[in-house]
Design a protein around this ligand. Structure first.
Ligand SMILES: Nc1ncnc2c1ncn2[C@@H]1O[C@H](COP(=O)(O)OP(=O)(O)O)[C@@H](O)[C@H]1O
Ligand SMILES: Cc1ncc(COP(=O)(O)OP(=O)(O)O)c(N)n1
Length: 520
């Protein structure tokens, strides 16, 4: 989706906490006295993302982790009084809307929004609690749709999406995306389709623009029953991050990484007997520093969707089978040469920031190797497959991201950002090389120096052999260990930034392998 370039620069500012002042974020929602969802969750999520939280209470509930025992809706006119008191005095940077129980409350909020026009409005169309209890009157759909037109982003779960779309609940992710696209186009509002209620190991979300744009955010499904308030917390985090970064994709990426951490550590709160709350302040409260290897193991698990995506790419499958279009291969090499040049500079930055001489030397060696490989690409491959290509969009975005981290990030963050290039490349090399040998190709059974293909030889055999290089595997193991050590020394917040940088780079690795098919 467009906006990725803008994302690279604004995101770094958001992550380094250099926003000039906290955005003022208003939640208009219902109260959950157990603190897991509603206003209480919103205030925590806004605060966790550096916003100043305000709240106008649209409903009171009696609820706990097991269900909703009662709902009281104050008169809509009193909600209007709360809203007008606020906007008469305080400039509001973002609004998150949650539980609005009936049409008159929705219309009151709609009137105030139309008058006030806050710069960011996120609508989480709460209808039913995780426990299954109804939180919205069944006849309020039309009023909710009117409100949708006043929001910049709506964040329905699959059941809510179906109600808004006027269709049965989507049974597949593809069907949900179709419903989300139609809703976004019909109301001129971006829609975040959420995969929380899907089955399987993955938990994707997708940002659908009213212009038909689609950006999918992969994420692992966390195995926990403590999911009370995920939708409330996500939408509040998004409103706050959007006010800080001005970029929806950047906000979704960051909020999702945070939410995954909040779910991962939710069980440690051990609250109630039903669906307990998320750990909103997992980045602030910290936990014990991770034990050796645990941090990078969790990173590896985080990027399971990216690893899977790489091996599902036509580029990788065709490279392995030898059927890859020579033009695509040449494009890949040309981009790789350009990438390596920039990557070398980022490794030099890691070297400059390194806390020990040993690590300083390790990254400096890596930087030098990149330049050597770049040179050999030009000498050995690009001279045989000449292709005059400018820097492609994926190369640019990947390099922008790395440079943003190198410019503004700590040593630990830079190390985490450069790690996927080592680790995923080594993994691809390991798997492709093993398949290559399994298919009966002998070591050294590659084309001659003239670039011609000998009968029966794999056209990319030489390439695949250099891919599975023992020295590179060793360097990868060392980079992994360095990242673990840096994570153990860092704070919980720094580890969260490391994780975000790592996941971000891993996604660019996928895009990089897919770029020849899209741009060659
Ligand atoms: N078990 C889970 N593991 C990881 N992410 C989850 C899990 N459950 C929900 N999410 C995420 O929480 C957010 C809310 O999603 P969802 O549960 O679909 O909506 P709601 O909370 O409104 O019912 C989404 O970003 C979704 O991907
Ligand atoms: C007051 C209030 N607002 C919203 C909800 C919904 O929260 P939950 O059931 O956890 O569902 P998501 O927030 O995950 O959509 C609620 N229970 N109470």
């Amino acid at each position: 989706m467009s906006g990725t370039a803008a994302f690279a620069s604004t995101e770094a500012a958001a992550w380094t906490g250099r926003a000039p002042r906290p955005p003022r974020v208003l939640s208009i929602a219902g109260s959950d006295p157990s603190g897991g969802a509603g206003i209480q969750a919103d205030i925590k999520a806004i605060s966790a993302h550096g916003g100043y939280a305000m709240a106008a209470i649209a409903a009171l509930t009696a609820q706990n982790t097991q269900g909703v025992q009662g709902v009281h809706v104050p008169p809509a006119a009193f909600l209007t009084r709360q809203l007008e008191s606020l906007s008469a005095d305080i400039a509001i940077d973002a609004v998150k809307i949650g539980m609005l129980a009936n049409a008159s409350v929705m219309d009151a909020v709609g009137e105030w929004l139309a008058k006030t026009r806050p710069p960011v409005v996120v609508l989480d169309p709460v209808m039913v609690a995780t426990s299954g209890d109804a939180l919205m009157d069944a006849d309020a759909r039309e009023a909710l749709l009117r409100l949708l037109g006043l929001a910049h982003l709506a964040t329905p779960n699959l059941a809510e999406l179906a109600v808004l779309a006027g269709e049965p609940p989507a049974a597949t992710w593809e069907a949900a995306l179709r419903q989300g696209k139609a809703l976004a186009a019909a109301h001129g509002t971006a829609v975040l389709v959420k995969g929380g209620h899907l089955e399987g190991n993955e938990c994707p979300d997708a940002l659908l623009g009213p212009d038909g744009s689609v950006e999918v955010f992969a994420g692992p499904r966390v195995d926990t029953a403590n999911t009370h308030g995920t939708g409330c917390s996500l939408s509040s985090a998004l409103a706050t991050l959007q006010a800080r970064t001005g970029s929806w994709p950047a906000s979704v990426r960051r909020a999702k990484a945070w939410l995954t951490g909040a779910l991962r550590t939710a069980d440690s709160l051990a609250l109630g007997h039903g669906h307990g709350p998320l750990n909103h302040f997992h980045e602030l409260w910290g936990s014990q520093a991770p034990s050796a290897g645990a941090f990078t193991r969790s990173l590896w698990e985080d990027v399971a969707p990216q690893r899977e995506a790489i091996f599902a790419l036509d580029f990788i499958k065709d490279l392995a089978s030898g059927t890859l279009d020579a033009r695509h291969f040449a494009y890949y090499l040309a981009q790789d040469a350009q990438y390596l040049n920039a990557y070398s500079r980022v490794l030099s930055r890691a070297s400059a920031l390194a806390p020990t001489e040993d690590e300083q030397r390790f990254w400096a060696d890596g930087a030098q190797n990149c330049l050597a490989v770049e040179l050999s690409l030009h000498r050995d491959w690009l001279s045989r497959h000449p292709l005059d290509v400018a820097q492609g969009p994926v190369t640019k975005h990947y390099v922008d991201h790395l440079q943003a981290v190198a410019f503004a990030g700590s040593y630990a963050e830079v190390a985490a950002a450069v790690l996927p290039c080592y680790w995923l490349y080594a993994e691809v090399g390991r798997v492709l090389h093993a398949d290559y040998l399994k298919a009966g190709h002998p070591e050294g059974g590659h084309p001659g120096d003239d670039g011609g293909t000998e009968a029966g030889a794999h056209p990319y055999g030489e390439w695949l052999e250099t891919y599975a290089d023992d020295a590179f595997a060793e360097a990868t193991a060392r980079a992994v260990a360095i990242v673990d050590a840096a994570a153990a020394r860092g704070s919980e917040q720094e580890r969260a930034r490391m994780r975000a940088a790592f996941i971000h780079s891993a996604q660019y690795e996928v895009d990089f392998f897919d770029a020849p098919r899209r741009h060659a």
